[in-house]
Write a new protein. Structure first.
Length: 456
Protein backbone atom coordinates (compact mmCIF):
# COMPACT_ATOMS: atom_id res chain seq x y z
CA UNK A 1 0.00 0.00 0.00
CA UNK A 2 3.01 2.23 -0.44
CA UNK A 3 1.91 5.40 -2.17
CA UNK A 4 4.15 5.91 -5.14
CA UNK A 5 2.45 8.15 -7.75
CA UNK A 6 4.75 11.25 -8.22
CA UNK A 7 7.08 9.59 -5.65
CA UNK A 8 7.64 6.15 -7.02
CA UNK A 9 11.12 4.74 -7.37
CA UNK A 10 11.77 3.94 -11.01
CA UNK A 11 14.78 1.85 -10.07
CA UNK A 12 14.76 0.48 -6.58
CA UNK A 13 16.09 -2.69 -5.03
CA UNK A 14 16.56 -2.39 -1.30
CA UNK A 15 18.11 -4.84 1.13
CA UNK A 16 17.22 -4.55 4.81
CA UNK A 17 15.81 -1.05 4.48
CA UNK A 18 13.02 1.08 3.09
CA UNK A 19 13.72 4.30 1.16
CA UNK A 20 10.22 5.12 0.37
CA UNK A 21 12.33 11.69 -0.95
CA UNK A 22 24.11 26.11 -6.56
CA UNK A 23 27.29 25.56 -4.93
CA UNK A 24 29.16 22.47 -5.94
CA UNK A 25 27.04 21.67 -9.01
CA UNK A 26 28.54 19.61 -11.79
CA UNK A 27 27.45 20.11 -15.37
CA UNK A 28 26.67 16.99 -17.36
CA UNK A 29 25.92 16.50 -21.01
CA UNK A 30 26.80 13.76 -23.49
CA UNK A 31 27.47 10.12 -22.69
CA UNK A 32 31.26 10.45 -22.86
CA UNK A 33 31.37 13.82 -21.10
CA UNK A 34 28.98 13.48 -18.19
CA UNK A 35 31.14 15.26 -15.64
CA UNK A 36 33.72 17.96 -15.89
CA UNK A 37 36.78 16.34 -14.38
CA UNK A 38 36.39 12.82 -13.01
CA UNK A 39 39.69 10.97 -13.21
CA UNK A 40 39.17 8.15 -10.68
CA UNK A 41 36.74 5.27 -10.84
CA UNK A 42 34.28 4.32 -8.12
CA UNK A 43 36.44 1.31 -7.28
CA UNK A 44 39.50 3.51 -6.80
CA UNK A 45 37.52 5.84 -4.57
CA UNK A 46 36.42 2.86 -2.50
CA UNK A 47 40.04 1.91 -1.87
CA UNK A 48 40.75 5.44 -0.68
CA UNK A 49 37.64 5.49 1.50
CA UNK A 50 38.31 2.18 3.22
CA UNK A 51 42.08 1.82 3.33
CA UNK A 52 44.05 2.45 6.50
CA UNK A 53 42.72 1.60 9.92
CA UNK A 54 39.56 -0.08 8.65
CA UNK A 55 37.32 2.56 10.21
CA UNK A 56 34.10 3.55 8.49
CA UNK A 57 34.34 6.02 5.65
CA UNK A 58 33.53 9.65 6.45
CA UNK A 59 30.47 11.39 5.05
CA UNK A 60 32.67 13.36 2.68
CA UNK A 61 34.22 10.16 1.33
CA UNK A 62 30.81 8.54 0.84
CA UNK A 63 29.56 11.63 -0.98
CA UNK A 64 32.57 11.50 -3.29
CA UNK A 65 32.06 7.79 -3.85
CA UNK A 66 28.35 8.28 -4.61
CA UNK A 67 29.10 10.92 -7.21
CA UNK A 68 31.71 8.69 -8.84
CA UNK A 69 29.21 5.82 -8.99
CA UNK A 70 26.60 8.12 -10.49
CA UNK A 71 29.14 9.24 -13.10
CA UNK A 72 29.93 5.62 -13.94
CA UNK A 73 26.24 4.77 -14.32
CA UNK A 74 25.69 7.83 -16.49
CA UNK A 75 28.51 6.54 -18.72
CA UNK A 76 26.89 3.08 -18.83
CA UNK A 77 29.54 1.55 -16.58
CA UNK A 78 27.65 -0.57 -14.03
CA UNK A 79 30.33 -3.02 -12.89
CA UNK A 80 31.92 -0.72 -10.32
CA UNK A 81 28.56 -0.13 -8.60
CA UNK A 82 27.71 -3.83 -8.61
CA UNK A 83 31.10 -4.71 -7.12
CA UNK A 84 30.25 -2.58 -4.09
CA UNK A 85 26.85 -4.16 -3.46
CA UNK A 86 26.38 -5.95 -0.14
CA UNK A 87 25.67 -9.67 -0.25
CA UNK A 88 21.94 -9.11 0.27
CA UNK A 89 21.77 -6.55 -2.52
CA UNK A 90 23.73 -8.79 -4.89
CA UNK A 91 21.14 -11.48 -4.28
CA UNK A 92 18.40 -9.09 -5.36
CA UNK A 93 19.87 -6.83 -8.04
CA UNK A 94 21.86 -8.05 -11.03
CA UNK A 95 23.87 -5.91 -13.40
CA UNK A 96 21.27 -6.62 -16.09
CA UNK A 97 18.51 -5.30 -13.85
CA UNK A 98 20.55 -2.20 -13.11
CA UNK A 99 21.09 -1.60 -16.83
CA UNK A 100 17.37 -1.99 -17.52
CA UNK A 101 16.46 0.35 -14.67
CA UNK A 102 18.90 3.03 -15.85
CA UNK A 103 17.42 2.83 -19.33
CA UNK A 104 13.99 3.51 -17.82
CA UNK A 105 15.40 6.57 -16.09
CA UNK A 106 16.92 7.87 -19.34
CA UNK A 107 13.69 7.24 -21.23
CA UNK A 108 11.70 9.28 -18.73
CA UNK A 109 14.25 11.90 -17.73
CA UNK A 110 16.12 12.53 -20.96
CA UNK A 111 19.61 14.01 -20.92
CA UNK A 112 21.31 14.89 -17.62
CA UNK A 113 21.66 18.67 -17.33
CA UNK A 114 22.88 19.23 -13.77
CA UNK A 115 24.15 17.18 -10.84
CA UNK A 116 23.47 19.20 -7.70
CA UNK A 117 25.13 19.19 -4.30
CA UNK A 118 24.75 15.91 -2.42
CA UNK A 119 23.44 15.66 1.12
CA UNK A 120 23.67 12.92 3.75
CA UNK A 121 20.92 11.48 5.94
CA UNK A 122 20.93 8.66 8.48
CA UNK A 123 18.21 6.07 8.05
CA UNK A 124 17.74 2.75 9.81
CA UNK A 125 21.40 2.48 10.78
CA UNK A 126 22.72 3.33 7.32
CA UNK A 127 24.23 6.41 5.74
CA UNK A 128 22.13 7.57 2.81
CA UNK A 129 23.70 9.90 0.25
CA UNK A 130 21.11 11.80 -1.79
CA UNK A 131 22.18 13.55 -4.99
CA UNK A 132 19.54 15.64 -6.81
CA UNK A 133 19.80 15.55 -10.60
CA UNK A 134 18.25 17.91 -13.13
CA UNK A 135 17.27 16.01 -16.26
CA UNK A 136 16.01 17.38 -19.53
CA UNK A 137 12.41 16.20 -18.98
CA UNK A 138 11.94 14.80 -15.44
CA UNK A 139 14.17 15.35 -12.42
CA UNK A 140 15.25 12.58 -10.07
CA UNK A 141 17.11 12.12 -6.80
CA UNK A 142 19.84 9.45 -6.81
CA UNK A 143 20.07 7.62 -3.49
CA UNK A 144 22.78 5.26 -2.28
CA UNK A 145 22.55 3.65 1.15
CA UNK A 146 25.83 2.52 2.71
CA UNK A 147 26.15 0.08 5.59
CA UNK A 148 28.69 0.46 8.39
CA UNK A 149 31.31 -1.40 6.35
CA UNK A 150 31.00 0.92 3.36
CA UNK A 151 29.05 -1.54 1.22
CA UNK A 152 25.95 -0.52 -0.71
CA UNK A 153 22.72 -1.83 0.82
CA UNK A 154 20.32 0.21 -1.32
CA UNK A 155 20.27 2.05 -4.65
CA UNK A 156 17.38 4.11 -5.95
CA UNK A 157 16.28 6.84 -8.29
CA UNK A 158 13.26 8.72 -6.93
CA UNK A 159 11.12 11.63 -7.93
CA UNK A 160 12.14 14.40 -5.52
CA UNK A 161 9.65 15.79 -3.03
CA UNK A 162 9.37 19.48 -2.39
CA UNK A 163 10.87 20.35 0.99
CA UNK A 164 9.56 23.90 0.98
CA UNK A 165 6.07 24.54 -0.37
CA UNK A 166 5.00 28.15 -0.80
CA UNK A 167 1.46 29.26 0.06
CA UNK A 168 -0.71 30.32 -2.86
CA UNK A 169 -3.32 33.04 -3.10
CA UNK A 170 -5.84 32.95 -5.95
CA UNK A 171 -9.25 34.39 -6.70
CA UNK A 172 -10.88 31.41 -4.94
CA UNK A 173 -8.58 30.55 -2.00
CA UNK A 174 -5.77 31.80 0.21
CA UNK A 175 -3.11 29.70 1.95
CA UNK A 176 -1.26 30.29 5.19
CA UNK A 177 1.79 28.42 6.52
CA UNK A 178 1.15 26.77 9.90
CA UNK A 179 3.02 24.39 12.21
CA UNK A 180 1.57 21.18 13.65
CA UNK A 181 2.46 19.43 16.90
CA UNK A 182 5.44 19.36 19.22
CA UNK A 183 7.80 18.67 16.32
CA UNK A 184 6.57 21.82 14.57
CA UNK A 185 5.79 20.08 11.31
CA UNK A 186 5.42 22.41 8.37
CA UNK A 187 1.80 22.63 7.27
CA UNK A 188 -0.62 24.60 5.16
CA UNK A 189 -4.08 25.97 5.89
CA UNK A 190 -6.08 26.49 2.70
CA UNK A 191 -9.15 28.70 3.13
CA UNK A 192 -11.79 29.28 0.44
CA UNK A 193 -12.69 32.88 -0.30
CA UNK A 194 -16.26 32.04 -1.31
CA UNK A 195 -17.42 30.61 2.04
CA UNK A 196 -17.84 31.97 5.55
CA UNK A 197 -16.90 29.54 8.35
CA UNK A 198 -16.38 26.59 6.00
CA UNK A 199 -15.94 23.01 7.19
CA UNK A 200 -12.27 21.98 7.42
CA UNK A 201 -10.75 18.70 6.23
CA UNK A 202 -7.49 17.35 7.67
CA UNK A 203 -5.57 15.39 5.01
CA UNK A 204 -3.65 12.27 6.10
CA UNK A 205 -1.08 10.74 3.70
CA UNK A 206 -0.47 7.13 2.83
CA UNK A 207 2.46 4.93 3.85
CA UNK A 208 5.99 6.15 3.28
CA UNK A 209 7.47 9.49 4.25
CA UNK A 210 5.65 12.24 2.39
CA UNK A 211 5.56 15.98 2.33
CA UNK A 212 2.30 17.81 2.94
CA UNK A 213 1.35 17.52 -0.76
CA UNK A 214 1.93 13.75 -0.92
CA UNK A 215 4.11 14.40 -3.95
CA UNK A 216 5.68 17.09 -6.10
CA UNK A 217 4.37 19.78 -8.38
CA UNK A 218 0.86 20.91 -9.20
CA UNK A 219 -0.36 17.35 -9.78
CA UNK A 220 0.56 16.13 -6.29
CA UNK A 221 -2.48 14.45 -4.76
CA UNK A 222 -2.99 16.65 -1.70
CA UNK A 223 -2.04 19.82 -3.55
CA UNK A 224 -4.88 19.20 -5.99
CA UNK A 225 -7.25 18.08 -3.23
CA UNK A 226 -6.62 21.15 -1.11
CA UNK A 227 -7.11 23.56 -3.99
CA UNK A 228 -10.02 21.69 -5.53
CA UNK A 229 -11.92 21.47 -2.25
CA UNK A 230 -11.26 25.16 -1.58
CA UNK A 231 -12.82 25.98 -4.94
CA UNK A 232 -15.86 24.03 -3.70
CA UNK A 233 -16.07 26.00 -0.45
CA UNK A 234 -14.17 23.64 1.87
CA UNK A 235 -11.03 24.42 3.90
CA UNK A 236 -8.15 21.96 4.35
CA UNK A 237 -5.20 21.45 6.65
CA UNK A 238 -2.23 19.41 5.41
CA UNK A 239 1.24 18.95 6.85
CA UNK A 240 4.51 17.06 6.42
CA UNK A 241 4.77 13.59 7.88
CA UNK A 242 7.09 13.54 10.86
CA UNK A 243 9.80 11.34 9.37
CA UNK A 244 9.78 13.21 6.07
CA UNK A 245 10.62 16.45 7.85
CA UNK A 246 12.86 14.91 10.54
CA UNK A 247 14.19 11.63 9.08
CA UNK A 248 16.67 11.07 11.89
CA UNK A 249 13.74 10.35 14.24
CA UNK A 250 13.07 7.10 12.38
CA UNK A 251 15.95 5.33 14.09
CA UNK A 252 16.17 1.73 12.88
CA UNK A 253 12.59 1.69 11.57
CA UNK A 254 11.14 -0.14 14.57
CA UNK A 255 8.78 2.64 15.57
CA UNK A 256 4.98 2.53 15.93
CA UNK A 257 2.12 3.98 13.91
CA UNK A 258 1.56 6.35 16.81
CA UNK A 259 5.07 7.72 16.30
CA UNK A 260 4.71 7.96 12.53
CA UNK A 261 1.15 9.27 12.13
CA UNK A 262 -1.36 9.18 14.96
CA UNK A 263 0.27 11.50 17.51
CA UNK A 264 0.70 14.19 14.86
CA UNK A 265 -2.86 13.64 13.60
CA UNK A 266 -4.11 14.28 17.14
CA UNK A 267 -2.12 17.51 17.15
CA UNK A 268 -3.65 18.48 13.80
CA UNK A 269 -7.15 17.95 15.20
CA UNK A 270 -6.23 20.09 18.20
CA UNK A 271 -5.06 22.87 15.88
CA UNK A 272 -8.22 22.55 13.79
CA UNK A 273 -10.32 22.76 16.97
CA UNK A 274 -8.68 26.09 17.75
CA UNK A 275 -9.91 27.34 14.38
CA UNK A 276 -13.42 26.18 15.28
CA UNK A 277 -13.22 27.99 18.61
CA UNK A 278 -12.04 31.14 16.84
CA UNK A 279 -14.99 31.00 14.47
CA UNK A 280 -12.73 30.54 11.46
CA UNK A 281 -14.20 27.16 10.44
CA UNK A 282 -17.41 25.36 11.34
CA UNK A 283 -16.37 21.71 11.83
CA UNK A 284 -13.63 19.12 11.34
CA UNK A 285 -13.41 16.14 8.97
CA UNK A 286 -10.53 13.70 8.43
CA UNK A 287 -9.71 12.52 4.90
CA UNK A 288 -7.03 9.86 4.54
CA UNK A 289 -5.47 8.29 1.46
CA UNK A 290 -4.40 4.62 1.41
CA UNK A 291 -2.84 4.00 4.85
CA UNK A 292 -4.30 7.36 5.85
CA UNK A 293 -7.71 6.02 4.87
CA UNK A 294 -7.15 3.02 7.14
CA UNK A 295 -6.26 5.33 10.02
CA UNK A 296 -9.13 7.80 9.62
CA UNK A 297 -11.53 5.75 11.82
CA UNK A 298 -8.96 5.57 14.64
CA UNK A 299 -8.29 9.30 14.45
CA UNK A 300 -12.03 9.97 14.67
CA UNK A 301 -12.48 7.52 17.56
CA UNK A 302 -9.71 9.25 19.52
CA UNK A 303 -10.96 12.77 18.78
CA UNK A 304 -14.64 13.50 19.43
CA UNK A 305 -14.33 16.83 17.62
CA UNK A 306 -14.10 14.99 14.27
CA UNK A 307 -17.52 15.21 12.62
CA UNK A 308 -16.94 12.79 9.73
CA UNK A 309 -14.32 10.81 7.80
CA UNK A 310 -13.46 10.14 4.15
CA UNK A 311 -11.34 7.12 3.17
CA UNK A 312 -9.60 7.23 -0.21
CA UNK A 313 -8.47 3.70 -1.13
CA UNK A 314 -8.18 2.59 2.46
CA UNK A 315 -8.74 -0.89 3.85
CA UNK A 316 -9.62 -2.44 7.22
CA UNK A 317 -7.39 -5.44 6.38
CA UNK A 318 -4.09 -6.21 8.09
CA UNK A 319 -1.35 -4.33 6.25
CA UNK A 320 0.81 -7.46 6.06
CA UNK A 321 -1.95 -9.29 4.16
CA UNK A 322 -2.18 -6.42 1.67
CA UNK A 323 1.60 -6.45 1.21
CA UNK A 324 1.55 -10.21 0.59
CA UNK A 325 -1.05 -9.72 -2.15
CA UNK A 326 1.04 -6.95 -3.71
CA UNK A 327 4.25 -8.97 -3.58
CA UNK A 328 2.56 -12.06 -5.00
CA UNK A 329 1.37 -10.03 -7.97
CA UNK A 330 4.87 -8.56 -8.42
CA UNK A 331 6.45 -12.00 -8.39
CA UNK A 332 4.03 -13.24 -11.07
CA UNK A 333 4.95 -10.28 -13.28
CA UNK A 334 8.70 -10.40 -12.58
CA UNK A 335 10.97 -11.51 -15.40
CA UNK A 336 14.11 -13.50 -14.60
CA UNK A 337 15.19 -15.52 -11.60
CA UNK A 338 16.95 -12.62 -9.85
CA UNK A 339 13.84 -10.46 -9.87
CA UNK A 340 11.63 -13.32 -8.69
CA UNK A 341 14.12 -14.22 -5.94
CA UNK A 342 14.17 -10.60 -4.79
CA UNK A 343 10.39 -10.56 -4.38
CA UNK A 344 10.42 -14.01 -2.76
CA UNK A 345 12.77 -12.75 -0.06
CA UNK A 346 10.23 -10.08 0.84
CA UNK A 347 7.45 -12.68 0.75
CA UNK A 348 9.45 -14.79 3.21
CA UNK A 349 9.81 -11.74 5.47
CA UNK A 350 6.06 -11.12 5.16
CA UNK A 351 5.28 -14.70 6.21
CA UNK A 352 7.34 -14.24 9.38
CA UNK A 353 5.67 -10.90 10.09
CA UNK A 354 2.21 -12.36 9.55
CA UNK A 355 2.88 -15.02 12.22
CA UNK A 356 3.61 -12.15 14.61
CA UNK A 357 5.93 -14.08 16.93
CA UNK A 358 9.35 -12.66 16.03
CA UNK A 359 9.92 -9.27 17.64
CA UNK A 360 13.17 -8.88 15.67
CA UNK A 361 11.38 -9.26 12.30
CA UNK A 362 11.46 -6.57 9.62
CA UNK A 363 9.41 -6.23 6.45
CA UNK A 364 10.12 -3.62 3.77
CA UNK A 365 12.04 -1.52 6.26
CA UNK A 366 9.44 -1.50 9.05
CA UNK A 367 9.89 -3.51 12.20
CA UNK A 368 7.67 -5.74 14.32
CA UNK A 369 6.56 -2.84 16.54
CA UNK A 370 5.20 -0.98 13.52
CA UNK A 371 3.05 -3.79 12.16
CA UNK A 372 1.93 -4.86 15.62
CA UNK A 373 0.83 -1.31 16.45
CA UNK A 374 -1.29 -1.33 13.29
CA UNK A 375 -2.88 -4.67 14.19
CA UNK A 376 -3.76 -3.39 17.64
CA UNK A 377 -5.91 -0.64 16.07
CA UNK A 378 -8.46 -3.27 14.93
CA UNK A 379 -9.66 -0.96 12.18
CA UNK A 380 -12.77 -2.98 11.34
CA UNK A 381 -14.05 -2.97 14.91
CA UNK A 382 -13.11 0.68 15.29
CA UNK A 383 -15.07 1.80 12.24
CA UNK A 384 -18.11 -0.17 13.48
CA UNK A 385 -18.02 1.80 16.72
CA UNK A 386 -18.37 5.19 15.02
CA UNK A 387 -21.68 7.03 14.71
CA UNK A 388 -20.56 9.80 12.39
CA UNK A 389 -20.94 10.31 8.61
CA UNK A 390 -18.42 8.21 6.67
CA UNK A 391 -17.51 8.17 2.97
CA UNK A 392 -15.50 5.35 1.37
CA UNK A 393 -14.05 5.90 -2.11
CA UNK A 394 -12.30 3.31 -4.29
CA UNK A 395 -11.08 3.05 -7.88
CA UNK A 396 -11.88 -0.20 -9.66
CA UNK A 397 -8.47 -0.16 -11.41
CA UNK A 398 -6.51 0.06 -8.14
CA UNK A 399 -3.74 -2.55 -7.98
CA UNK A 400 -2.49 -1.60 -4.51
CA UNK A 401 -5.71 -1.70 -2.50
CA UNK A 402 -8.10 -4.13 -4.10
CA UNK A 403 -11.63 -3.20 -5.19
CA UNK A 404 -12.78 -6.84 -5.02
CA UNK A 405 -11.19 -7.64 -1.67
CA UNK A 406 -10.61 -4.51 0.43
CA UNK A 407 -13.49 -2.24 -0.59
CA UNK A 408 -16.25 -4.80 0.20
CA UNK A 409 -14.81 -5.29 3.70
CA UNK A 410 -15.85 -1.77 4.68
CA UNK A 411 -19.41 -2.65 3.66
CA UNK A 412 -19.32 -5.87 5.66
CA UNK A 413 -18.20 -4.13 8.84
CA UNK A 414 -20.76 -1.34 8.38
CA UNK A 415 -23.71 -3.40 7.18
CA UNK A 416 -26.97 -1.79 8.29
CA UNK A 417 -25.25 1.29 9.68
CA UNK A 418 -26.63 4.72 8.76
CA UNK A 419 -24.60 7.66 7.43
CA UNK A 420 -22.21 5.46 5.43
CA UNK A 421 -21.64 6.09 1.73
CA UNK A 422 -19.63 3.90 -0.66
CA UNK A 423 -18.52 4.89 -4.15
CA UNK A 424 -16.57 2.81 -6.68
CA UNK A 425 -15.13 4.66 -9.69
CA UNK A 426 -14.68 2.98 -13.04
CA UNK A 427 -11.18 3.17 -14.49
CA UNK A 428 -9.55 5.01 -11.58
CA UNK A 429 -6.42 3.71 -9.87
CA UNK A 430 -4.91 4.16 -6.44
CA UNK A 431 -4.48 7.91 -6.79
CA UNK A 432 -7.84 8.69 -8.41
CA UNK A 433 -6.18 10.53 -11.27
CA UNK A 434 -7.36 10.77 -14.85
CA UNK A 435 -5.19 10.02 -17.88
CA UNK A 436 -3.88 13.60 -17.85
CA UNK A 437 -2.57 13.10 -14.30
CA UNK A 438 -5.10 15.41 -12.65
CA UNK A 439 -7.19 14.30 -9.70
CA UNK A 440 -10.61 13.17 -10.91
CA UNK A 441 -13.19 15.97 -10.66
CA UNK A 442 -16.09 13.62 -9.91
CA UNK A 443 -14.29 12.30 -6.84
CA UNK A 444 -13.70 15.90 -5.77
CA UNK A 445 -17.38 16.76 -6.34
CA UNK A 446 -18.58 13.70 -4.42
CA UNK A 447 -16.30 14.53 -1.50
CA UNK A 448 -17.54 18.12 -1.35
CA UNK A 449 -21.18 17.02 -1.62
CA UNK A 450 -20.73 14.49 1.20
CA UNK A 451 -19.24 17.12 3.50
CA UNK A 452 -21.88 19.73 2.72
CA UNK A 453 -24.70 17.21 3.23
CA UNK A 454 -23.14 16.21 6.55
CA UNK A 455 -23.21 19.85 7.61
CA UNK A 456 -27.00 20.10 7.26
Amino acid sequence: MADMRKLKSVLAVIAAMSLLAGCGEKKTSEKNDTTEAVTTTAAETTETATEGSGSAASEEELIELSRKILDDIANDNFKTACDLFSKDLKDQLTEEMLIEGWQNIKDEGGKILNVKESRVESEQGMTVVITPIDFEKTDFDFLLAFNSEGGIDGIMFMYPQDNEIEPQVTATFAETIVTVGEHELNGMLTMPKNAEKPPLVILIQGSGQHNMNEGIGELATFNELAHGLAERGIATLRYNKRFFQIPELQGDGNYTIQDEVLDDADAAVKLAKSYVDEGKVSSIYVMGHSLGGCLAPTIAQKNSDVKGIISLAGTPRDLVEVIIDQLTAQKEEASGDAAKNSVQKSLDDAAVMKEGNDESAFLLGWGYKYYNSLRELKVGETVKSLDIPMLFLQGDADIQVYPDKDFPLWKEYLDGKANCTFKLYEGLGHFFDDEDGHFNKQVMDDTAEFIKNSEK
